[in-house]
Design a protein around this ligand. Structure first.
Ligand code: NOJ
Length: 780
């Protein structure tokens, strides 16, 4: 059983005196009255309970006392989160938020940061309200706060959990130094439809990889100690199944079976809980006819009763209000009742609780005990962060100045960025650009565009001056005697399709250069929230310029900057080298240069399937076989599950990515072809670097359950390991598999494995033909 030191704090300074006056029992008095710790100075916490949730008798006494003194309106204030006017991340703005703080009507604020501004707002709560309850400050710190890392989907492409955790750790250090207590991250929505703009914010399409990334991010943000001043509360969002929006259109209806919900969309949320996540955010969508913010099934039955979640639940932006247009509530008052009674603790920006909940209590539609439970969850978090001890402890200008953009943060951002890039094609070893490539023509709308480097949801990231563009990065890192010239050439704006204005300049530059680097893709705000597309092609006139660049006969390297899989089928057929660089962050230009010049050997693998064209969406590797799989028919046969005009296969598979070196995989060996119900087996393969350069490889384990009480996917990722091999070096990678790793939601809706025959692959990517499977059975 895990043990955790008892939470202790020293109450000092004028604020402590003022709090002690306001409350009959101050935190210090409560501590003095509390039971002494055990001989070892520790208290025991329940198995599976996060360390921050350890029982704390002095906290309980303090909160009992405080809640006992609160009026109903003060309680409802603690359940209200409002945005400041520094930024808008949704459709509404309440410009009275400062007056609301002073009136005790709001307990938490988001979109406000810097030590000075959070201190100024905190002052309003501490010196302007009766009970002086401190504010909690939240913010969308998604892939960096000031130092911006690659977008989340890019980080997942590194398959490097230490890198993912490091990014979250740096984000927490910077954000907390600017007064932030709470990040609205990680976004753990499984996403399988590239039309959906928010595919950029998560870890991609896979349950297993998504769960590992969720864990790494939560641990990075929250660290070992939630009360430490350089950690922040993490939020698992958006609960639930937001990524399954119909037709990839944001906020659209979700209709998934309970089995798919449990097997595909929920596991990363459970992984976040297992990692100790302290808050959850609801999603905008409905699930099986019920908007998530009003779903007792999701927020109480599953989250609290099945999973035992200890933290608090916030809604997404005005999503309680949206239950009215959803057609689930007849007015805001009813929507508020539905949300609170379903299990919501805090209303983000809707002011529905603020304006209606007291009336609902008076009418007996909401129980005061339910409000007290929600209030306690919120206050508990403020207490555990040490805010009752010192409400200004995160708002420290000296720490802010010493923390932001530390050189080691910038170095980490560069390293994570290059680890995230995926080499999709490298015919004739065009890359790396060494030797004869003395003059480089850099063209395209993303070649020298600072705002695009950091992508969407880039928190307080400076979009205008700090990001290093490709032009800057290539020039700064080119070998002596190598020139890099630039012409924008094309545009990514939808409206510019058909225009050719800049083509001549770009083509002239291309003609006088040894190699062309085309930096193309999407504008930064074409992904993220409210950024769905019905085409996955290159927007604007980029495709037309790309074709003319290739027609020059010069070698072309396409560097894609984008937050979604694009259908670059023409490029795959015609461009010799393609690197997908996502939106690589503040140091992006340097990181791209490291890869193009061979200072870093690319090692990323796709966390999402790239379709050939939009008509294949949604597409993912772990599909079902169907009763008429294409292999059963003769080539071109009718009456099988296929398209008339496009192969079933994607353009690039999940897990795919090349290196500047080559790896071979030996056949898989199993410790036994029989797995006992209570036992496990190991599967091993030897991977050899057969090329000339050192390189990293992501070795992947896939399994197929051949027959089940319900049909099973054609492959499921069950393990991976990223290894570094020197030229000529071999390493045997061994995975252990036990029956519970093969569990799913069975026909009777119970969760567990079933005996029978399984196929297993150890392979460089998904795809049944990526290597030869071996077979094992689980015995009855
Ligand atoms: C709406 C988004 O869906 C959510 O992810 C974000 O955290 C909130 N707005 C707050 O900005």
């Amino acid at each position: 059983m895990k043990r955790n030191s008892i939470h202790q704090f020293a109450l000092s300074g004028p604020l402590a005196i003022c709090l002690a006056t306001a409350l009959a029992t101050s935190p210090a008095q409560a501590r003095d009255m509390s039971a002494q710790p055990s001989a070892a100075g520790t208290v025991e916490i329940e198995p599976g309970q996060p360390e921050w949730a350890a029982p704390d008798a002095e906290m309980d006494r303090f909160l009992d006392e405080l809640i006992g003194r609160m009026t109903l309106d003060e309680k409802i204030g603690q359940l209200t989160l409002l945005t400041s006017d520094w930024e808008s991340t949704g459709p509404t703005m309440r410009d009275t938020y400062k007056a609301d703080i002073r009136a005790g009507k709001v307990g938490s604020i988001f979109n406000a940061y810097t030590a000075d501004y959070t201190r100024e707002l905190q002052d309003l709560a501490i010196n302007g309200t009766r009970l002086k309850i401190p504010l909690l400050f939240g913010y969308d710190v998604i892939h960096g706060h000031r130092t911006i890392f690659p977008i989340s989907l890019g980080e997942a492409a590194s398959w490097d959990m230490e890198a993912v955790e490091l990014s979250a750790r740096v984000s927490a250090e910077e954000a907390s130094a600017e007064g932030i207590h709470w990040t609205f991250s990680p976004m753990v929505d499984v996403a399988r439809d590239a039309r959906w703009g928010r595919i950029s914010e998560g870890a991609g399409e896979d349950v297993y990889l998504g769960s590992k990334v969720a864990k790494a991010r939560v641990e990075g943000y929250q660290g070992d100690d939630l009360s430490a001043v350089d950690t922040v509360i993490a939020t698992a969002k958006h609960f639930a199944a937001y990524g399954a929006a119909q037709a990839g259109r944001d906020y659209h209806t979700v209709d998934v079976s309970d089995r798919t919900l449990r097997d595909v969309y929920l596991p990363p949320f459970k992984a976040a809980i297992d990692a100790g996540v302290a808050s959850f955010m609801t999603s905008f969508n409905e699930v099986d006819g019920v908007p998530a913010s009003g779903s007792r099934y999701l927020l109480t039955d599953i989250l609290r009763d099945e999973w035992g979640f200890d933290g608090f639940v916030v809604t997404d932006y005005t999503s309680i209000n949206e239950m009215v247009p959803h057609g689930y509530a007849e007015d805001l008052k009813q929507a508020g009742e539905q949300a609170l009674n379903a299990g919501v603790d805090m209303d983000m920006q809707g002011a529905v609780f603020m304006e209606n909940l007291a009336q609902s209590v008076a009418e007996g539609r909401v129980d005061i005990a339910a409000i007290d439970t929600a209030v306690r969850r919120v206050l508990e978090m403020k207490y555990r962060l040490g805010l009752f001890e010192d409400p200004y402890r995160y708002s420290d200008r000296a720490r802010q100045e010493a923390t932001l953009y530390k050189p080691e943060f910038l170095e980490a951002a560069r390293d994570v960025a290059r680890k995230s890039m995926v080499l999709l094609k490298n015919e004739g070893d065009v890359l790396p650009l060494v030797g004869s490539a003395k003059s480089i023509a850099l063209v395209g709308p993303l070649a020298d565009s600072k705002p695009d480097m950091i992508g969407s949801w880039a928190a307080a990231g400076d979009r205008q001056t700090r990001p290093v563009t490709l032009l800057e990065g290539l020039r700064a890192n080119a070998a002596d005697g190598v020139t890099v010239e630039y012409a924008k050439g094309a545009s990514y704006e939808f409206a510019d399709e058909g225009k050719t204005d800049g083509f001549a300049e770009a083509l002239a530059l291309a003609e006088r250069s040894d190699v062309i680097v085309a930096a193309m893709g999407e504008k930064w705000d074409m992904t993220g929230e409210a950024a769905s597309r019905t085409s996955l092609d290159l927007p604007g006139n980029q495709q037309a310029l790309l074709e003319q660049l290739v027609a020059t006969g010069k070698p072309v390297v396409l560097v894609m900057l984008s937050g979604r899989p694009n259908s670059i089928t023409w490029a795959e057929d015609n461009v010799p080298a393609i690197l997908h660089a996502w939106y690589p962050g503040t140091q992006g230009g340097h990181a791209v240069a490291d890869v193009l010049f061979g200072k870093y050997n690319p090692s990323g693998k796709l966390p999402v399937t790239f379709p050939r064209n939009v008509g294949q969406a949604p597409i993912h590797y772990d599909m079902k076989n169907t009763g008429r799989p294409i292999e059963l028919g003769a080539p071109g046969a009718k009456y099988v599950s296929r398209y008339l005009n496009t192969p079933n296969d994607p353009l690039y598979r999940f897990g795919y990515g090349l290196s500047y070196t080559d790896f071979t995989y030996s056949p898989v060996t199993l410790s036994s072809a029989q797995m006992a119900a209570g036992g496990n087996i190991t599967a091993s393969a030897t991977i050899t670097n057969t090329g000339q350069r050192a390189g990293e490889e992501v070795v992947q384990l896939y399994v197929r359950d051949l027959v089940g009480s319900v049909t099973r996917p054609v492959q499921e990722l069950k393990g991976f390991e990223k290894i570094m091999l020197q030229p000529g070096e071999s390493r045997t990678v061994t995975f252990e598999i036990a029956p519970q790793d093969l569990a799913f939601t069975r026909a009777d809706m119970s969760h567990g494995w079933e005996p029978g025959e399984f196929q297993l692959w150890i392979a460089p990517s998904s795809g049944a033909e990526a290597s030869t499977p071996v077979t094992f059975t689980i015995q009855e």
